[in-house]
Design a protein around this ligand. Structure first.
Ligand code: ADP
Length: 531
């Protein structure tokens, strides 16, 4: 497979440093905040201000309606309070009709809080009639926003959103000096009836409040906005530099260490202080370096072990052959047997090595078939008949019931041979090895155990014996038995079959190596569900 060289991959992916990326993101974020601030603080300021002013007028009007309805004698007092609270001029009329003609009688009025308000300075009968008609035609309420700079503009009969002066009748002039203070004023007329719709008393409430000119405020906000923009951008740059430094310094350190590791220096130091993710990366790299270093040591040990184990039989073969060639009378069947035995050991070692490397590389995969495990265990025994007859070994076999399993038969045979070989090699003086097959009804599995009466294995050694080339006693018996690969082959095969396995061992008493496999069918033809 073609892998892009580092150079070509550089060309494709533009390299942007963390600081630039961070700066870009922070600048984007700052710009977003500034836009929001601009829109709400400056662009919509007037709108929000008007809305809140209208709400104040609503509140005042509601409060006055309540007083008129419930306790008209407190009207004067309430008008005073509301006028103070909202800085507005308020006047309440009682309306009466004589024939076709209506009269507006002032019931109560506030002081002129804004000196020259429309109610106190400019209200006349015509305009009052006009306001009354607008309010009645509009459901009892009429609000008009009067622009003093533009008094003759066309009007609108909208209630709350009326921003321009009504066309007829035109408002009386507002003194020019007032324009300096305020360019807009809002006038609200409410017509209410108390004591029932027919025959009740009709009132008209007029409220006039000044709209504070916001131009100067907007101007101030604009100036402030630019100052804030500059400060925020400077903050973004500083933050980008600080954060990127905090992130990139440990990464650069790790990068240097990783380069050293790539050159084979397993002591490269990945320990850094930084954010959680960076520290986790540093931990992972430290673990990777440890694993690599261990692997390297194992590799070297393996080569040393293999060469040692190859050299021993080779030396024997060469030695015996030379003796047989040079010394007359040494060409005996015993010496030839030594050469044959050593050659066999060599071939065993090479075969085991090949097996293990194929299993580890995954090139030797199990070819599962359904077969009788019990028959397989029994058939193994025949191989040991010579051993039992000649050397006095006793291999006892105990099978509770026949079962079928699904596995690679050749591989499973290899497992059983390896376990029995080990048991024979390590068993005690009584030369007894017990092979047991038990059906575990609860789990639907079958367990094969191989027990010997040997020296046993120290508890701290037990996890290690499954390692490639591991031998508990590195000197003792090494040259005599085993290749040191048997159990690692067993482990690889059982793991490839998802089988569970283990060893129970007591020092001085012996060991039991076992593994468990799923039962496909028992002797009575039952599948595990019905076992
Ligand atoms: P070997 O070829 O040396 O037997 P194995 O991989 O089969 O290699 O076993 C690894 C080590 O585990 C052995 O060297 C031995 O120390 C220990 N071992 C294996 N089987 C037994 C046993 N039945 N009793 C005691 N020790 C054992």
């Amino acid at each position: 497979m073609h892998r892009p060289s580092p150079e070509t991959s550089h060309c494709r992916r533009p390299r942007i440093s963390i600081s630039w990326k961070l700066f870009a993101y922070l600048t984007l974020f700052t710009t977003f905040i500034l836009i929001v601030v601009w829109v709400f603080q400056i662009g919509l300021l007037n709108y929000f201000y008007r809305q809140s002013k209208y709400r104040e007028l609503d509140d005042a009007e509601k409060s006055l309606s309540q007083v008129l309805e419930q306790s008209p004698d407190q009207l004067e007092e309430r008008i005073g309070q509301l006028s103070d609270k909202y800085v507005a001029c308020i006047r309440v009329y009682r309306l009466r009709w004589t024939g076709n003609r209506g009269y507006a009688e002032t019931l109560a009025t506030s002081p002129d809080v804004s000196s020259g308000c429309l109610i106190h300075s400019s209200m006349n009968e015509t305009y009052l009639t006009y306001l009354y008609k607008q309010a009645v035609g509009n459901g009892g309420e009429y609000t008009v926003l009067v622009s003093r700079d533009d008094q003759d503009d066309s009007g609108s009969s909208n209630s709350n959103n009326a921003y321009t002066l009504p066309s007829r009748p035109s408002l009386p002039g507002v003194p020019t000096w007032r324009r300096l203070l305020s360019s807009e004023t809002v006038l609200r007329a409410n017509v209410i009836t108390t004591g029932g719709d027919s025959g009740g008393t009709v009132y008209m409430i007029l409220i006039n409040a000044e709209m504070v000119p916001l131009n100067a405020t907007v101007q101030t906000l604009k100036t402030q906005f630019w100052v804030i923009a500059v400060i925020l951008l400077c903050g973004a740059v500083t933050l980008a530099i600080l954060i990127s430094r905090n992130i990139s310094v440990p990464i650069e350190k790790m990068n240097t260490a990783a380069k050293r590791l790539a050159k084979g220096d397993y002591n490269a130091d990945f320990v850094v202080n930084g954010y959680r993710e960076v520290m986790e990366l540093s931990d992972s790299l430290t673990q990777a370096a440890d694993a690599l270093s261990q692997n390297d040591t194992l590799q070297k040990e393996l080569i040393a072990n293999i060469s040692h184990d190859l050299r021993t039989p080779l030396t024997m073969i060469v030695g015996y052959s030379e003796v047989m060639r040079d010394i007359p009378g040494e060409n005996t069947p015993e010496n030839v047997q030594v050469i044959i035995d050593e050659t066999k050991r060599l071939s065993d070692l090479v075969n085991d090595l090949l097996d293990l490397s194929k299993l580890q590389a995954g090139t030797r995969k199990p070819k599962p078939e359904v077969f009788s495990l019990s028959d397989t265990v029994r058939s193994v025994m025949s191989r040991y008949s010579k051993l039992t007859e000649r050397d006095g070994y006793r291999i006892e076999i105990d099978i509770d019931q026949d079962v079928d399993v699904r596995a690679d038969r050749t591989m499973l045979l290899q497992v059983i041979y390896n376990l029995i070989n080990n048991a024979v090699n390590y068993t005690g003086e009584d030369k007894l090895v017990r092979v047991t097959q038990r059906t575990l009804r609860d789990s639907g599995k079958v367990r094969i155990s191989v027990t010997d009466s040997g020296e046993g294995i120290a508890p701290d050694q037990i996890p290690l014996i499954w390692d490639r080339y591991y031998k508990v006693d590195k000197v003792h018996r090494r040259a005599m038995i085993g290749t040191g690969l048997g159990l690692s082959i067993v482990k690889q095969i059982l793991e490839a079959h998802q089988a569970t396995y283990g060893v129970e061992s007591k020092q001085g008493k012996g060991s039991t190596f076992w593994f468990e496999m799923n039962i496909v069918r028992d002797g009575r033809g039952n599948t595990p569900g019905s076992v």
